[in-house]
Design a protein around this ligand. Structure first.
Ligand code: AMP
Length: 403
């Protein structure tokens, strides 16, 4: 069975075609600058990487470009679209409605639409992607929505409620939803496999550290807390996002600087975090280089990041009353050796021992165990694979539909 995985943004469309027989990626690529006068298309297959400039006025045209690339010329990997059995869509916000991956029907599209207020940058783009996909593939091909926050839907009320008047929860559904759920779910399952245990029998802390970062506590196979909140702005300092701060900082700055809500959002999402502190460096490689060469603000940014991550892990150990394993994933989690070393060594008091050699080996898609044989808590690097998780869910649901 071949599954197409789609991540539709407002002006982009990322895709992966996965053969579930062996879970092999046959082709993957991106349509960029959708809606602009000229767009960019990129596809990678076994034959190599191909790029071209092509205008794609909307998502439907982008899908037609993908269709042509997959079925013809030097990028051809299938004879016709009918070889694709089902399509899985990443959907950022499933609110409190969708607690698991769901077959897309007209009602589900309406449901995703009803959550646009909670994810104004993402859900409208996902709907465009779903509708365009239906136009190109027809309505007989099962399409499945895999929600970023479904995995977090098990959080108890005391973890997901904010301490504001209850009426705003009732009126606007303001609460913690969390994000990166598909990644946390994938690596937690992999971790249980590596440990040879049932996920239900271990206490896990999964750290998805990338441009956007979140940490999740998993107990009895369920998420009990996660660092991102109503939006992906919550948590600890990220590439360009502030993470949590005293809410008065926001109102203070709005008054002093005269910022509108949109301007406030832009500063907190795009100009803050590691970039805001260091003076523009958001990439972990730049931060390490600058800090090692004596840039004090880059050094401060990484120290803040490490300190805040340590505090989140500590909080979640307290929340779960213990921890069996900590997992690092995401671009930074999978690659930043100094960060991993700092975090592991800061938990020596818990009985975590650190294997520097394994830390050096776990890089660029190679996982590994960072804890020593005598460590009381296991620490792993596990490369994430959200697309594969989406494809697995899509396959499972499509098989039921297709019989
Ligand atoms: P993500 O958002 O998960 O794609 O992560 C992207 C981030 O991962 C980049 O901005 C870098 O900070 C970090 N990253 C990627 N590759 C490396 C590397 N080889 N060493 C350190 N950090 C890396």
């Amino acid at each position: 069975m071949k599954i197409l995985v789609i991540n539709a943004g407002s002006s982009s469309l990322k895709f992966q075609l996965i053969d579930m027989n062996g879970e092999v990626v046959i082709a993957k690529g991106t349509c960029g600058r959708v809606g602009a006068e000229m767009g960019e298309f990129e596809i990678k297959t076994e034959q190599g990487k191909f790029e071209k400039e092509v205008a794609m006025a909307n998502h439907t045209e982008a899908f037609l470009v993908v269709k042509e690339a997959l079925t013809s010329g030097e990028t051809k990997v299938i004879d016709s679209l009918s070889e694709i059995s089902a399509i899985g869509h990443r959907v950022v916000q499933g609110g409190a409605i969708y607690k698991e991956s769901t077959l897309i029907t007209d009602d589900v599209i309406k449901g995703i639409e009803s959550l646009c207020d909670l994810a104004p940058l993402h859900n409208p783009a996902h709907i465009q992607g779903i509708n365009a996909c239906m136009e190109v593939f027809g309505k007989d091909v099962p399409e499945v929505a895999v929600f970023d926050n479904a995995f977090h839907s098990t959080m108890p009320e005391e973890a997901y409620m904010f301490g504001i008047p209850y009426e705003y929860y009732e009126k606007y559904q303001i609460r913690r939803y969390g994000f990166h759920g598909t990644s946390h779910r994938y690596v937690s399952g992999e971790c249980a496999n590596i440990m040879g245990k049932d996920l239900k029998d271990i206490k896990l802390i999964t750290c998805h550290l990338g441009n956007g970062s979140s940490i999740t506590a998993i107990k009895d196979g369920k998420v009990i807390d996660t660092s991102m909140g109503l939006t992906p702005l919550d948590g600890f300092v990220m590439g360009t996002r502030s993470g949590n701060l005293d809410p008065s900082v926001v109102t203070f700055l709005q008054e002093k600087e005269g910022w509108t809500p949109a301007e406030t959002n832009a500063v907190l999402n795009k100009k803050s975090g590691i970039a805001g502190i260091s003076g523009g460096f958001s990439d972990d490689r730049d931060i390490q280089k600058e800090a090692n060469e004596g840039n004090k603000r880059a050094d401060l940014a990484r120290k803040m990041q490490w300190y805040q991550i340590r505090k989140y892990i500590g909080q979640y150990i307290a929340a779960m009353q213990g921890v069996d394993a900590i997992v690092f994933t995401g671009g930074i989690g999978e690659n930043s050796q100094p960060l991993r070393q700092n975090i592991c060594e800061s938990f020596a008091y818990l009985g975590i021992t650190f294997n520097a050699e394994e830390n050096a080996k776990a890089i660029r898609g190679v996982g590994g165990e960072l804890s020593g044989a005598d460590s009381k808590v296991k620490v792993y690097v596990i490369p994430t694979n959200e697309e594969l998780m989406i494809a697995r869910d899509t396959k499972e649901i499509a098989e039921k539909v297709l019989g």
